[in-house]
Write a protein that binds this ligand. Structure first.
Ligand code: CUA
Length: 380
């Protein structure tokens, strides 16, 4: 044994023990201060979020907000999901308050006191009452949550389409939404137009969801829960908006480079407006003699392999239908507003606006570009 190595004597041992327990006490006091400060901040933010969540619904939504907010449902299935989510939040907030309350009480009431060193607190184990309580109460809570959730799922997924329901097929593509109305013979993109559903005249819209490539997810929070859009499979969902206006949503499943630019607009019309929109969309494309040159250039390039313009030989289905392009609010599935300037930039080189999208730079000359844009601008 080296000379300077510590020899542990009985005295030395107890001195060390005393020193360590004293240090532990000091650390625990200090740690407690940090912990309680952190805990207080955490609790404060949790309570703020929980209160916001629970109070937010009190401000009843009476118009679509243009913001994706699950706490402002304006459609039957979204309302059902909202109700069950409030129940879940309330139960969880209750559990949190009880657990955090007991924990706080214990931390404050049973802190180590001077003079506590050296003896353990009473050890409680093998208590049937306590073990039964913490087994049975959680089982009851889980059972209530399960029943409430199962009922909502059954109500939402088991809904039977009424005779006047609107049927729409939505096909997810990288990175846009194809929207087909099989009963009306309309094909459009990225903007789902539907009629409003009134108490006296309920008109829900039933959606069939398909994918042309990878898994996407259809989600318009104010209208319904999200549903995955899966290749080689047809999923179903429905919406029943009760207020006219524009609702926004987006693809909710990562689907590649431009997943973030795969936005959705659901435009809910009054019944008359919807009939008007349908009549306009059913028409063939405009054939303005002024835009003749642009039309010729368009039909002579590879544009027609991917795009359809009703009434011309352009019948491609790989990209969005352009028959009524200018009736849409955005380009590139919500990437930029559909203005003359953005449309020109898009046709010149879509990659500068939506990098990685499947439309290539067509290497058009300035003249061709101007002519094509002038033609597309007539497609109202
Ligand atoms: Cu489509 Cu993400």
């Amino acid at each position: 044994m080296a000379r300077n190595e510590c020899k542990v004597t009985a005295d030395g041992f107890s001195a060390l023990g005393f020193h360590m327990s004293h240090m532990r006490f000091r650390i625990s006091k200090f740690g407690f201060r940090i912990l309680s400060a952190r805990w207080a901040r955490g609790t404060a933010s949790f309570l703020f979020i929980a209160t916001t969540c629970l109070v937010a619904p009190a401000f009843a939504a009476d118009a679509p907000t243009g913001v994706t907010n699950i706490f402002k449902p304006l459609s039957t299935p979204a309302q059902a999901i909202h109700e069950v989510s409030l129940l879940v939040l309330a139960i969880c907030a209750g559990i949190f308050l009880v657990v955090a309350g007991l924990l706080t009480y214990t931390l404050l009431r049973f802190r180590q006191q001077p003079g506590d060193e050296g003896h353990e607190p009473p050890q409680v184990y093998g208590s049937n009452q306590i073990e039964l309580a913490w087994t049975v109460i959680p089982i009851v809570v889980v059972f209530v949550l399960f029943l409430a959730t199962a009922r909502t799922i059954y109500d939402v997924q088991g809904a039977i389409p009424p005779a006047n329901a609107l049927n729409v097929t939505v096909i997810g593509h990288q990175w846009w939404w194809e929207i087909r109305y099989p009963d009306l013979g309309i094909v459009t993109a990225n903007e789902l137009h539907v009629p409003v559903s009134e108490t006296s005249n309920r008109r829900p819209t039933f959606l069939k969801l398909e994918s042309a490539d990878v898994v996407h997810s259809f989600w318009v929070p104010q209208l319904a829960g999200k549903t995955d859009v899966i290749p080689n499979r047809q999923n179903q969902m429905w919406i029943e908006p009760t207020q006219a206006g524009t609702y926004v949503g987006n693809c909710a499943e990562y689907c590649g480079t431009q997943h973030a630019h795969m936005m959705l607009r659901v435009i809910v019309h009054t019944n008359e407006e919807f009939e008007k929109w349908v009549a306009e969309q059913k028409q063939s494309s405009a054939n303005d003699p002024q835009a003749r040159a642009g039309r010729d250039v368009f039909l002579a390039t590879a544009c027609i392999n991917c795009h359809t313009i009703k009434g011309t030989q352009a019948m491609g289905t790989f990209g969005p239908d352009l028959t009524h392009l200018m009736s849409r609010e955005t380009l590139g599935a919500g990437t930029v507003p559909n203005t003359a300037e953005k449309l020109r930039a898009w046709v010149r080189d879509p990659q500068t606006i939506k990098e990685g999208c499947n439309m290539p730079n067509m290497q058009l000359t300035d003249d061709e570009l101007n002519q094509i844009v002038a033609y597309l601008f007539t497609l109202k």
